[in-house]
Structures are given as structure tokens and as C-alpha cells.
Design a protein around this ligand. Structure first.
Ligand code: HPA
Length: 273
């Protein structure tokens, strides 16, 4: 098989056969959040299965398409459906699309996810600006030989989440008239939800939200020099906090309930970024 860099170039060549313009920002939509793409104008949709070297995701609520379109005054590329570590992919594979985005010339990415709340001041339905993360998966997408064409061997993660972006997200929420949480997202491999003891541990370690995605993508985006912005939708409180049992239906129900708040934030942010 060709090396990673050449595989990326193959994917980019395929995409460029359909689209050659500039793209302002990439958008990764989490569980139950992909409806935003319906509002793109002048859409070009590409199935993952047709893009050389792309994988497909099996999870309910995840479609498998790249969509490029006009949205809030910008040219946006959205990933409808993402890959998860718990599906059995290597973190290197989960993050493959991010490499392709960078090679397409995209230098900004907004990642979103559904997450459990570890911070007891949070409630289901809150939105959280991600200001840092903890990689608790025991792995890292950059393990293996480093290709210096893609990024440095030891990338700095001090400002993994862009400071100007965090300030802009705060201002957007403020101008829209709702309060927003801010905090640390902790990445567990899943697919089982955390135990109450793990949720307590996460809180002690400094996490505010828990989830099964995002961190590999962010590490690779930073490795490749992209500016990263992140929003979690707190769909439920972490196991043991509210006394309720967890299930995927509740996650989808909550993302549905906060649709208008989430979309208005993403839209204003994209317009202003
Ligand atoms: N834990 C991990 N991932 C999640 C959760 C959770 O409580 N809710 C939504 N995604």
C-alpha cells in the first residue's frame, strides 16, 4: 500500500475532480448533529465509499458523506458521519479525513460532539466550548513513523483549541443571549459508557465533559497546523451523577431538543470566524 502521504494525495485528487475552489472551514458534526448540512446551499456531496482510501462509519445517526457548500457566507466542508475508535479503527484511520482536509488547503476546523457531563454544575442540554482535552484512550493517532511533510514529530498541544476561537464562541453565545459552559473534554475509548467511578475520576482529573470522539481528530489537526475550535453538546450527565441510566436514544433526544441553540451558535461562529 502507498504511504500515508500518497494515499492522502489520491483522495485529494479525487475530490478535486469535483471541486476546485477554496474552502474556508471544515466542520465535523457529532451524533445527532448532522442536520445542519441540510441548510448548505449549492451543495456538492461525495460518498465516503467513492473517495479513495476513505472508510465508512456504522453508527446509527451517522451518515457517510462529505458535503461542500455555502453556509453563513463561507465555503464549508462538512463531514456527515465520523469514524470512532470504538468501531475498531486505528486512531490513524479515524483521522485520515482531517489529513485530506489540510491537503485540500483548509486551515480551520470546527469539531462538535455529543458528550456526557462530568461537571456537576452542568445540565443536559448545555453547550460547552471545549478549551482543552484529556486523551484517556491509551493511544494516539500520531504513533508510528512521523512523516515530516505532514507535521512535526512532537507537536505542541498547549493551545490545542484556538484561543481567539474560544473568545469568539463566547461572544457569539453572548450575542445570541444564552449562557454557555466552557471546559475540558475527556476522551474515553467507549463504546461502553463510563462507570460512575470513572465519571468521578474524570471530575477529579479535571474533566468537565466525557465522550468517545474528537480528540484524535484534534491531535491530527494540530499536528498538521490547523486552527481548531470545539463545541460539545452535553446530552446527559455522566453515569452516577443524575441517578438515571444512560442510553443512545437520550443522546439523540437531547441533541434534538437543543437544535436551535446549537445551530444558531455554529452559524454565527462560521459567519464571523
Ligand atoms: N459518555 C461518553 N460519551 C457520551 C456520553 C457519555 O455520557 N454522552 C454522549 N456521548
Amino acid at each position: 500500500m502507498a504511504d500515508l502521504y500518497n494515499r492522502i494525495l489520491d483522495s485529494v485528487d479525487y475530490i478535486k475532480k469535483s471541486y476546485t475552489g477554496d474552502i474556508d472551514i471544515a466542520l465535523v458534526l457529532g451524533s445527532g448533529l448532522s442536520y445542519l448540512v441540510e441548510q448548505f446551499d449549492n451543495k456538492l456531496e461525495l460518498d465516503y465509499k467513492d473517495i479513495p482510501n476513505f472508510h465508512t462509519s456504522q453508527v446509527e445517526g451517522h451518515e457517510n458523506r462529505l458535503v461542500i457548500g455555502n453556509f453563513c457566507g463561507k465555503r464549508v466542508l462538512a463531514m456527515k458521519g465520523r469514524f470512532h475508535y470504538y468501531e475498531g479503527y486505528k486512531q490513524e484511520d479515524i483521522t485520515y479525513p482531517i489529513r485530506v482536509f489540510k491537503e485540500l488547503g483548509i486551515d480551520k476546523i470546527l469539531v462538535t460532539n455529543a458528550a456526557g457531563g462530568a461537571n456537576k454544575d452542568f445540565k443536559a442540554g448545555d453547550l460547552m466550548i471545549i478549551n482543552d482535552h484529556i486523551n484517556f484512550s491509551g493511544s494516539n493517532p500520531l504513533i508510528g513513523m512521523n512523516d515530516d511533510r505532514l507535521g512535526p514529530r512532537f507537536p505542541d498541544m498547549t493551545d490545542a483549541y484556538d484561543q481567539d476561537g474560544i473568545r469568539l464562541l463566547r461572544r457569539c453565545a453572548d450575542d445570541l443571549g444564552f449562557s454557555i459552559q466552557e471546559g475540558v473534554y475527556m476522551f474515553f475509548s467507549g463504546p461502553s459508557y463510563e462507570t460512575p467511578a470513572e465519571v468521578r475520576m474524570a471530575g477529579i482529573l479535571g474533566a468537565d465533559a466525557l465522550g468517545m470522539s474528537t480528540v484524535p481528530e484534534v491531535i491530527v489537526a494540530r499536528h498538521s497546523g490547523m486552527r481548531v475550535f470545539g463545541i460539545s453538546c452535553i446530552t446527559n450527565m455522566g453515569a452516577g451523577i443524575s441517578g438515571q441510566k444512560l442510553n443512545h436514544e437520550e443522546v439523540i433526544e437531547t441533541t434534538d431538543r437543543v437544535k436551535s441553540k446549537f445551530s444558531s451558535l455554529v452559524k454565527l461562529f462560521i459567519e464571523r470566524v
